[in-house]
Design a protein. Sequence first.
Length: 263
Amino acid sequence: MKANSQAGATTAGTEAGNLQRGLAVLEMLAKRPDGATLREISDQLALPGASTLRIARTLVELGYLSREEASKRFFLTNSFLRLGQPPTASRGLSECAITAMRRIRQTTGETTQLCCLVGTEMVILEQLLSLHPFKYSADLGARCPCFSCAPGKALVAFLPDVEQDETVNRIQFKRFTENTITSKREFRNELARIRERGFAVDRAEGMAGIHCIAAPILDRHQSPVGAITIAGPSSRIPEDEFEVLGQIVREGARQASDEFTRH
């Protein structure tokens, strides 16, 4: 019994130490908008290299850090920032958005999704499938580059200016279709248009033949915590209906924002 108690105490102490080191990494990167390499983290926090690598990998897997392949630098993601959101009467983002999503799906007939931004990628959190026999669908948790999809663009467009600049500078642009945005200048121009009209569109920029329209869900500080999007074939979401459908999605996102910020 004594040996077991000692082993348990040792395990608890190790776990507490790992937690402290993990929090130290997060606190350090919160003060480093330009990110840090593994060596910089290890040197500043006086941590062994192996421990730093293990902690960083764990935080990346949990979605709290992202790693830029080109520079090998680690950055905080929006998952960490959302820890500071109000509890909203214990209601999560999905619960706050689902009623608006149902209304949008009923009105448009198209697949309606709830997404968030993790680093420079859009991640699907929730999905209501189209009412049509032929429907667009994606796996929950699926990711795609923020510059090639409507929800990703809507989220980046409404980030605070400094955070938006940092996010855009970390993007590695790649062409997926003939309509894909492939430069920072073009992307920044697109973000300005999105902020002005309140919703984003995807003109088959990530997948040929698929159009999307999205609007951000904003917190009490008017920062984006998620985005609602509709997606479907371009024949059912034609460009000449973007404005009408965009207003529907924007209104739904506004309703979800109200639910999220309500006490």
